[in-house]
Design a protein around this ligand. Structure first.
Ligand code: FAD
Length: 305
């Protein structure tokens, strides 16, 4: 584990308009800010933005995204491109954010990870949510003691979920459901990987619980539990593990973008509502200001002059 010695005042997970806006406000309050992002947010995918203030000919989403990162760096914000798998609270009450072998520490945290679609389209998946289909290994692993489980996923996030489950389950297998898994193959040394597409999830008629899944080639795989960890961890994944309240897969906040967890704020698409750049920037500003208020209220944490 590479521990970065510096303790930041604020860490922001997400480098889109919400995360960068939060970071800018906190930095301009004279705090030390770190932005962790992994590219590929919604903004980067937008071909052309024509409804955001200030660009007479519109601007491509990728260009706006990069300009945001540069603006942050120019203000002295540390920006790092890494995939975050989870975060923990340490004995000092600070947040430890983990990205593979790297660990960062901060006194407050903003979640701005965008609008991640968690659910793969597999027949039966929705029917078995909470009855053998789970979206959070830390929350539900204990139910699968000495049982056989599979993870549907294709990257670092799937591996970190597998590591949690491997401590309690008797077998853990990763199913990529036909998704690209080059990165997973490079990193994985422990778990068997099956790349076939899954047609259906089935359950036991009596118990109503998951008992198998069927691949498109007709083969049936028996399993007691199915954990969904596709792509990278999103705000809802982080939230579930930390006990942050959700509304569906969106983070619940008050009007100041505070979550129920002191020191953790959320903004942008991950809080739901209008999924637009203007709303992400607005909420980011509020989250940044709330982080400043939180930091100032913490004893001895007034900004340096
Ligand atoms: C095709 C398309 C077209 C659009 N067109 C418009 C438009 O014309 N006008 C408009 O206003 N809006 C448009 N939008 C919506 C707009 O892009 C979003 O509302 C806005 O980008 C939300 O900002 P955000 O910061 O909340 O999230 P995002 O822009 O999605 O940024 C999320 C950030 O989180 C990071 N992240 C996520 N998970 C992790 C992880 N595990 N580790 C590290 N980093 C992580 C990503 O790398 C990224 O930096 C469009 C969206 C799409 C998809």
């Amino acid at each position: 584990m590479v521990e970065n010695k510096k303790i930041f005042d604020l860490a922001v997970i997400g480098g889109g308009p919400a995360g960068i806006s939060a970071a800018i406000y906190a930095r301009r309050g004279n705090f030390e800010v770190l932005v962790l992002h992994n590219g590929g947010g919604s903004l980067e995918k937008a071909h052309k933005i024509e409804n955001y203030y200030g660009f007479k000919d519109g601007i491509s989403g990728a260009e706006l995204y990069n300009e945001g990162l540069l603006q942050a760096e120019n203000l002295g914000i540390a920006v790092k491109k890494l995939e975050i798998t989870h975060f923990e609270v340490n004995s000092d009450g600070n947040f430890e954010i983990l990205a593979g072998e790297q660990k960062f520490e901060a006194k407050s945290l903003v979640l701005a990870t965008g609008n991640k679609k968690l659910r793969p389209k597999i027949k039966g998946l929705q029917d078995f949510e909470g009855k053998g289909v789970s979206f959070c290994a830390v929350c539900d692993a204990f139910f699968y003691r000495k049982k056989n489980v599979v993870i549907i996923g294709n990257g670092k996030f799937a591996l970190s979920e597998a590591d949690v489950l491997a401590n309690v389950a008797s077998s853990v297998k990763i199913l990529t459901n036909g998704e690209n898994c080059d990165e997973l193959k490079k990193l994985n040394t422990k778990y068997s990987i099956d790349e076939r597409k899954i047609e259906e999830i089935k359950g036991d008629e009596n118990s109503g619980l998951v008992n198998s899944l069927v691949f498109f080639d007709g083969e049936i795989l028996s399993t007691d539990g199915i954990f969904i960890a596709l792509g990278e961890a999103g705000a809802a994944d982080f939230a579930k593990k930390a006990g942050i309240f959700l509304d569906g897969d969106k983070i619940k906040t008050d009007e100041k973008m505070q979550t129920n967890f002191p020191g953790i704020f959320a903004c942008g698409d991950c809080t739901g509502g209008l999924l637009q750049v203007s709303k992400a920037v607005f909420e980011g500003a509020l989250a940044g200001l709330s982080a400043i208020a939180f930091l100032r209220n913490k004893a001895g944490n007034y900004p340096k002059s």
